[in-house]
Design a protein around this ligand. Structure first.
Ligand code: SF4
Length: 442
């Protein structure tokens, strides 16, 4: 009897900038998606210039992973020439060939799709969730046009996804959201942000007015705000919980999903590290054995809860969202950990003589404890206990024994954001460049 081999799904992680891209790859992403500086949603993310894109593609490919670029706005007439020029630049700069070739473009708009086919025929095209892909006819339509993959609308159930899988060609890929913020509209079909702030959600500039706190004003009594109260803190009418499917990996695989997508190109490196390594471990555990996956469930829940989030939901996957899918008492994130920095370099006893050459200060630095170089993200002090997130999913707990500025002057704390500092920990075992340092919020 022929044995059915289930392919491991791709873990696809957002990269808002070069730092988060490296973190995603280091912590186990199979692929990353990023925006160029034009025509990709998420205008507030750092996004990538052409030169940064080349560097990013080389970095990702050197690790044997894939990189996709979003061009998923809905274009107006005035955008068309700009998109054409942008695609021509990608071509002229070699982003469609050789070691800098982007693996796929994420597109929503038919016009942009047509231009991509014409100017960048060698790059695969994935159809963005913005295009609201809700049925197998749509998938088959895009397949015939030459798309390789379609990103499912967030509004589909797993049953519907399975039906799509059963009615599309085997080599057509389905990408579906696994984790992250939900949009209360059909993605991309919301004018709230444009209306209230002039910032267009369909051009990546959503200000999330769906999560604001609202009151009613009667037209003849301007300035008098009548509260809309669901409880004593007010009401957040459209404040959806965040999607989290870490407990349902078998169900997502059974639905025939090829790529598990995490939302959030504007998230921090800490968030990206925590989500990536937890899903990485959960997927790998499941493919080792279902028992192992079930046995580690508490670990996944705990690690995922260590990210910033708004309480979790399974979205539309099992049933239509109901009143339990909303948060009514606040519109802020749960934020259990503080991001202190990412280790950029480890100066060991062997390397320290060269690395510290010319710097003054503490002779004790040549001890065998090693030094870790970071750009500080949040304040911490000597004596504090912090944890380093190892790539394998474990956490290394250490005390901060010393902090030094760039001239090796000792400091009691690291109060200046982005300052380059050297840290000495109580232990160095297993700590590598690229690992994130965090501390639990007290
Ligand atoms: S305002 Fe809310 S519902 Fe509208 S596009 Fe933005 S996130 Fe989605």
């Amino acid at each position: 009897m022929e044995q059915i081999v289930i392919k491991k799904p791709e873990l696809l992680i957002p990269a808002g900038g070069m730092d988060t891209l490296k973190v995603a790859i280091d912590y186990g992403a199979d692929a990353v998606y990023m925006g160029g500086q034009k025509f990709g949603l998420r205008a507030k993310a750092d996004n990538f210039s052409i030169e940064e894109m080349k560097e990013a593609v080389r970095y990702v490919h050197a690790h044997g992973k894939k990189v996709y670029v979003t061009v998923n706005i809905f274009a107006h007439n005035d955008d068309i020439e700009g998109v054409r020029e942008y695609f021509e630049t990608l071509h002229n700069e070699g982003l469609d060939s050789g070691d800098t070739a982007i693996d796929a473009l994420l597109i929503s708009d038919f016009g942009i799709f047509t231009l991509a086919k014409e100017i960048l025929p060698d790059i695969d095209i994935h159809i963005s969730t913005q295009a609201n892909n809700t049925n197998y006819m749509t998938y088959n339509f895009w397949y015939k046009q030459g798309a390789k993959r379609v990103v499912a609308a967030r509004e589909l159930s797993l049953k519907e996804l399975k039906k799509i899988r059963d009615n599309i060609p085997e080599d057509m890929e389905i990408e579906a959201f696994m984790h992250g913020a939900m949009c209360i509209s059909y993605s991309g079909r919301c004018l709230l942000s444009s209306y209230f702030t002039g910032r267009d959600a369909n051009k990546g500039a959503c200000t999330h007015p769906c999560r604001w706190k609202y009151a009613i004003v009667e037209e003849k009594r301007p300035g008098e705000y009548l509260p809309v109260e669901e409880d004593d803190r007010g009401t957040y009418i459209f404040n959806s919980k965040d999607l989290c499917m870490i407990e349902y990996i078998p169900e997502m695989i059974a639905a025939g999903i090829d790529s598990f997508k995490v939302e959030g190109r504007m998230k921090t490196a800490l968030y990206v590290a925590a989500v990536t390594r937890t899903y990485r471990k959960a997927i790998d555990d499941y493919f080792e054995s279902e028992e192992l996956y079930r046995a580690n469930m508490d670990y996944y829940r705990e690690e995922i809860a260590a990210c910033t989030y708004r309480q979790f939901t399974t979205g539309f996957y099992f049933h239509k969202p109901d009143e339990n899918t909303q948060i009514y008492d606040n519109n802020t994130y749960v934020n259990n950990y503080i991001y202190l920095g990412c280790i950029e370099e480890v100066i060991t006893k062997e390397s320290s003589a060269d690395a510290l050459d010319g710097l003054t200060g503490d002779s004790d630095l040549n001890s065998d404890t090693g030094l870790f170089v970071i750009h500080q993200k949040n304040k911490f002090s000597v004596g504090e206990k912090v944890s380093v997130m190892a790539f394998d999913g474990s956490n290394i707990y250490v005390a901060v024994c010393g902090i030094y500025d760039e001239k090796m002057n000792p400091m009691e704390s690291a109060p200046h954001p982005k300052q380059l500092i050297y840290i000495k920990f109580s232990d160095t075992d297993g700590i590598r460049p690229g690992m994130i340092i965090r501390v639990k919020r007290s």
